[in-house]
Design a protein around this ligand. Structure first.
Ligand code: F6R
Length: 602
């Protein structure tokens, strides 16, 4: 979703801003722009374009430079993606230039209240912010006071960076609900939605809390509350390996991240188990789980699918009732809660607005919250009582792969640890079983040609596809269908095998691709029956089964792993099939249309 960068210092800001924006491309965007203070002409120049950063780069004259600037990638919410709506936005008097991430819910009210006769140049909710600040300055306020007063009028979410052309040695920064960091460099300082964008300048970052403002000059960073009180805060070191955010020899981040999964699982074992086989989970988390009469998992998209698998593992191993909720539904349709619920938020990015909205509500109600996230220091991590990290390394491709398997692996650890806490020691060695999963993933990652062949045979020209499974395989096929549709734009549905005959089977016609997954002994024969039902109606069936459950005609056999952990292995073929289907259809695999990596609006 929208990304912000800013630089103020001594060197070429243009390149730093453009490189920073390129690092934020993974978040998803449809237009981009930068504002640069031209030191010799003493003006702020704005460049913006619809489409890719490469297009923006081409539009900027090569001799254009400056030592201060702000940049933005936009993911359209208010107004179509075009140059007019792209950021930065400038006040009508030309003095202030601003970039914004988030949604201003009361922008229409503010427009009517303050600017009834003003004609805005864009359809965005953002333009009103920059006009508001200019308006208060025109009324005689100092810029900082006008900035604070402008912010105090806003309802909704924002991360903002603002340049005043009359004082270009200062970037005004603020945030509420949307992510934003300030980086501390040598004779320069930076602003970024994500530390990754500015690792080129520094690895020292300062968190900004909601409703704070930050005054950033080349040699100083001052954090203040909206009331004007100074806040002291030490920077932290962003522990991101720069090579983790490069593709290396891979054609796409998605393929690299699929291949990283065996390593991620091994890493998770190392992080969460000591040499003596003791699971390393904080005592505070253990007691929160022990005290809970029910766990409510809250998540969106792929993380929700991981939550479904987690429910199965936790209920099975630790006998704790678990409900899994879509965050965007929970906020507006809250179920009856038990007396002592624990809320478990699953979010790769830790910034998803839908999940965060539930967290805010849960904290208001006084319930404990644990976050599983890949990003330490992310909002949903900071605001929950406890955090467990995924240790998957940065995930850049929009389609989540290694974060999904990392989420399931950490949920497996939590399930086994909770079972042990209740005196129900599972009969298997968790580290060994997860090690076997990692080995199986290695085998699957080396079978790319098979999955490419399946994609070619079943998905090359189809408009739709079905994925069916039963029991935990049903949860996996939900994720398989999501992977395929988001990157290949094939309409795909994940379905419980037994449910097809209750309506959906009407959609099966000659040649409809149906991918069936069978990894569970208890449902192997049932799913086979469902495959027969669709084949009888003309479907082109592709069965992927676990070793030991295979039958004649199966298209691929997955190495056998513990039945509870099959989702970790069985998703790999599905990810690769989706990848090759998208590749062969000429889709932009890492940056699918309309999607954003970090969904920071509700
Ligand atoms: C799909 C995908 C999304 C995310 C969802 C939640 O590949 O990545 O469905 O899973 O937007 O994001 P997080 O996990 O960051 O809260």
């Amino acid at each position: 979703m929208c990304g912000i960068v800013g630089y103020i210092g001594e060197v070429n800001a243009k390149e730093i801003l453009l490189k920073g924006l390129e690092k934020l491309e993974y978040r998803g965007y449809d237009s981009a722009g930068i504002a640069l203070y031209d030191t010799s002409a003493q003006v702020v120049n704005v460049f913006k374009e619809k489409g890719r950063i490469a297009t923006l780069r081409e539009s900027i004259p090569s001799n254009m430079d400056g030592t201060a600037g702000i940049g933005h990638t936009r993911w359209a919410t208010h107004g179509v993606p075009n140059k007019r709506n792209a950021h930065p936005h400038r006040s009508a008097d030309g003095r202030f230039t601003l970039v914004h991430n988030g949604v201003i819910e009361n922008y229409e009210i503010l427009k009517n209240q303050y600017f009834a006769n003003h004609s805005f140049t864009s359809d965005t909710d953002t333009e009103v912010i920059v006009e508001l600040i200019a308006h208060f300055v025109q009324e005689g306020m100092e810029v900082e006071a006008a900035f604070r007063k402008g912010l105090s009028q806003l309802k909704g979410s924002y991360a903002i960076a603002l340049i005043d052309s009359e004082n270009p040695q200062l970037i005004y920064v603020a945030k509420a609900k949307s992510p934003l960091l300030v980086g501390v460099g040598n004779n320069c300082n930076v602003v970024a939605s994500d530390a990754m964008a500015m690792l080129q300048v520094t690895d020292q970052f300062l968190e900004i809390m909601d409703k704070e403002i930050v005054l950033v000059t080349p040699n100083d960073v001052t954090i203040k509350t909206l009331q004007g009180d100074i806040v002291e805060r030490a920077p932290y070191t962003a522990e991101i390996d720069a090579s983790d955010i490069e593709k290396g020899t891979y054609p796409h981040f998605m393929l690299k991240e699929i291949d990283e999964q065996p390593g991620v699982i091994r890493n998770i074992i190392r992080e969460y188990q000591d040499q003596d086989g003791n699971i390393l989970v904080d005592e505070a988390i253990r007691s929160a789980i022990a005290d809970a009469d029910r766990i409510n998992i809250i998540a969106c998209g792929t993380s929700y699918h991981a939550g479904l698998v987690g429910k199965q593992m936790i209920e099975n191993l630790a006998q704790i009732p678990v409900e899994v909720h879509l965050a965007s539904e929970f906020s507006y349709n809250m179920p009856l809660l038990t007396k002592k619920p624990l809320f478990l938020f699953i979010s790769q990015s830790g910034e998803t607005a839908d999940s965060r909205a539930v967290l805010v509500r849960v904290k208001e109600l006084g319930y404990p919250a644990l976050t599983l996230t890949n990003v330490s220091g992310s909002t949903i991590s900071r605001e929950a009582d406890y955090t467990m990290l995924l240790h998957a390394g940065p995930e850049i491709a929009v389609a989540s792969t290694k974060a999904y398997t990392a989420q399931i692996a950490v949920l497996a650890i939590l399930a086994v640890d909770s079972a042990r806490g209740k005196g129900m020691n599972p009969s298997f060695d968790l580290a060994r079983e997860l090690g076997l999963v990692a080995n199986a993933m290695d085998v699957l990652c080396h079978a790319k040609e098979d999955f490419e062949a399946i994609a070619t045979e079943f998905l090359a020209t189809t408009r739709n596809a079905f994925f069916i499974g039963r029991s935990v395989d049903y949860y996996v096929v939900l994720e398989a269908a999501l992977k395929l549709k988001e990157i290949s734009y094939i309409q795909a549905e994940g379905f419980a095998g037994g449910e097809l005959k209750h309506g959906t089977i009407a959609l099966i016609e000659e040649g409809t691709p149906v991918v069936a997954l069978s990894t569970q002994e208890g449902t192997n024969l049932n799913i086979r029956g469902n495959v027969k039902e669709v084949v009888a109606r003309g479907a082109n069936a592709c069965v992927i089964a676990s070793k030991g459950l295979e039958m004649d005609g199966d298209r691929f056999i997955i190495p056998r792993v513990h039945e509870l952990f099959t989702p970790l292995a069985s998703i790999v073929p599905m990810q690769l099939i989706a990848y090759y289907a998208a590749l062969h259809r000429g889709c932009d695999v890492d940056k699918p249309r309309n999607l954003a990596k970090s969904v920071t609006v509700e």
